[in-house]
Design a protein around this ligand. Structure first.
Ligand SMILES: Cc1ncc(COP(=O)(O)O)c(C=O)c1O
Length: 368
């Protein structure tokens, strides 16, 4: 674990030393963007730090409504609702949809926020093998009398793998199911307009798909949101205990998120630039003989069978001024992963240096 002495950008400060930073999820470099910071500072001046009430009592401010309008426009949806963290989104949706399904079908490597969000009324829970659509269909067929809700990450946090939504959606139609996509890592990253995994697969606006999203990754801020048709959003506003019984998002975060969404909409070039940087690193490490995947996402895992070797590489990179963590959380995986995450703010020099240090390490190590 590291202890930061600075904010996170493409470099970080640990004690008095600066490190090149290939970790975290600040994909579009917005967490330290001057306009985002300024909006946040202005909001503190105007509103202070906290509205100190839940949304439905006295905690709703003009800026919450502005942000929800901006998010629904960005997502091309009728409405949106924001809440305290992305982690809560799966629970909010799974509870709000409770009278529409009787069985859950979950990717076995789903994020813990999905598992923690399962309503206690639901006893019929089935895990399908990771991204295995055939296995999912076998389970759906076996439980044909149930009303199915399928839930998966859009981009998986550890491996950067994209869930095969096109094929999953075929099953949604065939078995009259509902699909929830946890798009924490895909918002602002995947799809022509950054609307996430459904847009990546040209499924944006398709019936029976819902997304849970966060403002803490590509948007560089904090807080969760769901955008959907007006009926669904009203249902959440009226019935979600998390929404009704928790303090509204703080002003500096709300104002910062409004500005981030504006930047993401106004600068569509950020996404191809990010993909290009990620591709360059991915191609580089494949050439060096490391094991990785070929998904067009900013999460680039380097897979190891040996924990020792993975931690050794992570340590070697740190000795050479680069932070890339060895991760084994939030889901249990067979492989150990040294996870490189890319931001659009990484410079050519940083990328070349990362690949050069990896090459140096590789010259004295075999990878299994
Ligand atoms: C797939 C996934 N869902 C949900 C979350 C929770 O989002 P947040 O940290 O914004 O609460 C995360 C990570 O933090 C995640 O990786």
């Amino acid at each position: 674990m590291i202890h930061l002495n600075s904010g996170v950008s493409n470099y970080i400060q640990l004690l008095d030393k600066s490190y090149s930073f290939f970790s975290g999820n600040n994909y579009l470099g917005l967490s330290g963007h001057p306009e985002v910071k300024k909006a946040s500072q202005n909001a503190i001046e105007k509103y202070g730090l906290n509205f100190a009430a839940a949304r439905h009592t006295t905690g709703t401010a003009d800026i919450h409504l502005e942000l929800e309008k901006d998010l629904s426009d960005f997502k091309n949806e009728e409405d949106a609702v924001t809440f305290a963290s992305g982690f809560m989104g799966n629970s909010i949706l799974l509870h709000s949809l409770l009278d529409q399904y009787t069985a859950l079908f979950i990717d076995e490597l789903a994020h813990p926020s999905i598992l923690e969000g399962i309503p206690r009324e639901i006893k019929n829970i089935h895990f399908y093998k990771h991204c295995d659509v055939q296995h999912l269909e076998d389970l759906l067929r076996k439980h044909i009398n149930q009303r199915a809700l399928i839930i998966t990450d859009g981009i998986f946090a550890l491996t950067g793998k994209i869930s095969p939504l096109q094929e999953i959606y075929t099953l949604v139609e065939k078995y009259n199911a509902i699909l929830i996509v946890d798009d924490a890592h895909a918002t602002g990253v995947l799809g022509k307009n950054g609307q996430g995994t459904p847009e990546h697969f040209h499924l944006q606006g398709a019936a029976q798909i819902y997304q849970t999203e966060t403002m803490s990754k590509a948007l560089g801020v904090y807080g969760g949101f769901i955008s959907a048709n007006r009926e669904m959003i009203n249902l959440i506003r009226e019935s979600s205990k998390i929404y009704l019984a928790s303090t509204s998002l703080p002003p500096p975060l709300v104002a910062a998120a409004c500005t981030s969404v504006k930047i993401v909409k106004q600068q569509p070039g950020l996404r191809p630039a990010l993909v290009q940087k990620a591709d360059e690193i991915r191609e580089g490490i494949i050439k060096l003989g490391f094991h990785t995947n070929r998904e067009p996402t900013p999460i680039i895992p380097v897979f190891f069978n040996s924990r020792n070797q993975a931690t050794e590489l992570s340590g070697y990179l740190k000795e050479h001024g680069i932070i890339v963590p060895c991760v084994n959380y939030p889901v249990a995986m067979e492989k150990v992963i040294v996870r490189i995450t890319v931001s659009v703010s990484h410079t050519r020099d940083q990328i070349e240096n990362l690949l050069a240090i990896l090459k140096q390490w590789r010259s004295t190590h075999d990878v299994t």
